[in-house]
Design a binder for this molecule. Structure first.
Ligand code: ADP
Ligand code: MG
Length: 730
């Protein structure tokens, strides 16, 4: 390459291991790995989740209660307190010329080593008032001068996602060093595009998104980086689409064969009109001799699964094979047991493959699948593994598709010649965005649930009144029905309650806001120890004091697969009456006899997630009640929760959520899963998506393989972002 040597070096540094960055000791490398950071690229794209504008500085006297601000002062006293077993908090009395503010930091005992009396400190957070003092709970704390590392220079401080082992302050320092490492990095965006949209250069944008001089600069940096992510995504999708179509012939499925008919006969209910229409759409698409992309959209509980069953049966009738990919073990198992049984009854051979399938069984399943002896393979991410080699794959169904990244989808589809793809989703997505994100796509909608006549009510309760929810739960249990109690995903709920137990009222919202982003839908791997503690305690209390005469069981993501499966089975069979769960149950779990759901700390969930959650009840023929318990007093949180009371329609909720412009809740970063999309919010960034779509098409028009010198860097970035390619680096 003809790059000057230092630029080339800086560019290659991106894909070097993170431990080459200054201050990254082996222990810190390990902590970084927990955050998903292995390379320098991972580090410099570990974007801040919020910023603190230190320019809104107040004094102890002028700081207004209920508002968020920054106060600089001197540490008068710092104390470690242990109000009870396994709870440590650090209390700091901070003074300035005007008064005093009491700062409480839960579970950060290391602050004792970092801060001492006399230090100049800045704290930033929400001001509350309690026991005669202005207070901040779990604020952002920064030692100004003294302490380790450089003092803050700018007025805008980034707050990066951090872990207990590695504070936000440390992440910030390490990111700064990472940026140093890639100084001079090559910008892969062609100059023409950069000029057209007046985009910042790559180095400048990466620097400014982490360390902006002003909030506006952070926005500009974000705009550039979002465009870049989207351009790569569009290039990837278009190239992949072209690849899929090239020299390949898709199967024209037989859609009126014996197994499809037998499957229809095996159903224990009559399809709704909408389900019939969706089934006909899908079978029509399968019958065509082209590789189709079809998306079936329908709110939770609208009965998408059986509709997909027809497609699976059609694949078998056509002498081909199909795969059904689900995001969690619980869901995959449920499909295998429910849908799988119906398919078997219709003469379609099914098997289940998950991460916990024992090795000999796995070998036998993959062997039979490879030999064409199995028609349908249902499973989790295990299906993506290389040893899964269908003999003749003609259909891939992806359930809860928003849980999967584009790279995973590509991997699944690559297992066949030109398989049709069917995506099932409960996440509303505007048509134009769907087209931009999935290329050629046909859509069907199911708007109503089969049992729409059955009522489901939702009520928001302040914490003091949660007894009403427990009463309703007891009434249901006494009718022989079952109950879900959902505990929040984030661990701060525990601390908040601990704080209360210790007689120190802390501010849930400030705590949640400072240290945890609005909760995005997480994978099972994301459950931290604290969440387990919260749920475990809840289960204990419920069993011992609230429902001693019923059986309470606990389900959380950190449990082993076997244990999880057993609990779910016992709940399904009615041996367990009350299931206390973290959000493991969020997706697709189906127990029609469950009629009451209580969600604790409901304000910590996104609306889309709450809606998914409540979809777990009201699935049978009995009326259901949902209680959203929240201690929040924030107007915005309460308005969001109130929307849950007003409408039971997921699409309407999504629109409402958008009107509040809450990032990440609906189709945020996480849900799009692909490693290459970290900043994009596909709702908010609609205009950029469309621009990137058009630009990618134009680029590929003149240079289909991105081989021209100007485009090679682009091609490389696309591969790194979406093909799961691991690039070796120095
Ligand atoms: P989702 O669209 O959320 O995936 P499911 O496919 O899990 O919904 O269906 C929800 C529940 O409704 C299941 O218990 C399913 O058996 C049931 N169901 C689906 N279609 C019908 C129907 N036409 N009549 C009655 N029950 C149905
Ligand atoms: Mg489903």
């Amino acid at each position: 390459m003809d790059l000057p040597i230092d630029r080339e070096k800086a560019t290659l540094a991106l894909d070097g291991p993170v431990n080459r960055v200054r201050l990254v000791s082996p222990a810190r490398a390990k902590a970084l790995e927990k955050l998903g950071i292995r390379t320098v690229r991972d580090l410099v794209t570990h974007f801040p989740r919020s910023y603190i504008d230190l320019s809104s500085v107040e004094s102890c006297a002028s700081a207004r209660i209920g508002e968020t601000c920054t106060i600089r002062g001197t540490v008068h006293e710092i104390k470690l307190k242990k109000p009870r077993y396994n709870l440590k908090l650090v209390e700091i009395a901070l003074v300035d010329g005007t008064g005093i503010i009491v700062v409480t930091a839960f579970r950060q005992p290391w602050l004792m080593d970092q801060i001492k009396a006399g230090d100049a400190v800045a704290v930033s957070g929400k001001v509350t008032f309690d026991y005669g003092y202005k207070r901040m709970t779990n604020p952002f704390i920064e030692v100004i001068g003294g302490g380790e590392g450089p003092a803050l220079t700018g007025t805008v401080v980034p707050v990066h996602p951090a872990t207990e082992k590695l504070s936000a302050a440390w992440v910030r320092r390490i990111v700064a060093n990472g940026l140093e490492e890639i100084r001079g990095v090559f910008d892969p965006l062609p100059l023409g595009l950069r000029l057209r949209y007046r985009l910042m250069g790559r180095q400048a944008a990466l620097t400014a998104i982490h360390f902006p001089a002003t909030p506006a600069e952070a926005d500009e940096a974000r705009r550039r980086l979002v465009y870049e992510e989207l351009l790569y995504l569009e290039l990837f999708l278009m190239q992949e689409g072209a690849e899929r179509a090239r020299d390949r012939e898709a199967v024209a499925h037989i859609v009126d064969g014996p197994r499809v008919a037998a499957f229809a006969g095996a159903l224990p209910f009559v399809l709704t009109g909408e389900q019939e229409r969706a089934r006909d759409d899908i079978l029509g698409v399968l019958a065509a001799p082209t590789a189709a992309n079809h998306m079936l959209l329908g709110d939770v509980g609208t009965g998408k699964t059986v509709v997909a069953g027809f497609a699976l049966a059609a694949a078998a009738d056509s002498g081909c094979q199909a795969m059904l990919l689900a995001p969690t073990e619980v869901l995959a198992r449920q499909h295998a047991e429910g849908l799988g049984a119906l398919l078997e009854a219709a003469g379609v051979g099914c098997a289940l493959l998950t991460g916990s399938t024992a090795a000999p069984e796995r070998a036998s399943i993959t062997e039979r699948f490879a030999a064409g002896e199995l028609d349908v393979l249902i499973g989790t991410h295990a299906l993506l593994s290389d040893d899964v080699r269908p003999a003749r794959l003609s259909l891939a169904v992806i359930d809860e598709q928003q849980r999967f990244g584009v790279d995973q989808r590509a991997k699944l589809l690559a297992k066949g010649e030109a398989p049709d793809a069917l995506y099932l989703t409960a996440t509303p997505i505007p048509r134009t965005l769907a087209l931009a994100l999935y290329g050629n796509l046909t859509l069907s909608y199911i708007k109503h649930r089969p049992h729409d006549a059955v009522s489901r009510t939702t009520r928001v309760l302040p914490r003091e009144l949660q007894g009403e929810a427990l009463d309703a739960a007891r009434a249901a249990l006494e009718r022989g029905e079952q109950v879900y109690v959902v505990c929040p995903l984030v661990g701060k709920g525990t601390e908040e309650r601990d704080g209360k137990a210790a007689g120190k009222r802390s501010d849930a919202d400030a705590a949640g806001e400072e240290y945890h982003p609005a909760v995005a839908i997480e994978g099972e791997a994301d459950f931290a120890d604290d969440d387990v503690t919260a749920a475990t305690r809840e289960a204990e209390v419920l069993q011992k004091t609230t429902f001693p005469d019923f059986t309470v069981a606990l389900l959380h993501g950190a449990m082993g697969t076997e244990a999880k499966r057993e609990v779910m089975e016992r709940f399904r069979d009615g041996a367990v009456d009350v299931l206390v769960a973290t959000t493991v149950i969020e997706v697709g779990v189906d127990v029609p006899n469950a009629t009451v759901m209580i969600v604790q700390d409901a304000d910590r969930f996104g609306l889309a997630q709450l809606h998914q959650l409540r979809g777990r009840v009201g699935r049978g023929t009995k009326a259901a009640e949902v209680f959203l318990v929240s201690a929040s007093t924030r107007e915005e949180s309460l308005a969001r929760l109130a929307a849950m009371e007003t409408t039971d329609d997921g699409f309407e909720l999504a629109a409402f959520d958008l009107s509040l412009r809450r990032e990440g809740d609906i189709l945020g970063n996480r849900q799009h899963g692909a490693s290459g999309l970290k900043l994009v919010n596909i709702m908010r960034d609609g205009a950029i998506i469309e621009a990137a779509h058009a630009d990618a098409a134009a680029l590929l028009d003149i240079d289909p393989n991105l081989e021209e010198p100007d485009h090679r860097a682009l091609a490389r970035e696309v591969r790194i972002a979406f093909s799961g390619e691991v690039v070796a680096g120095g």
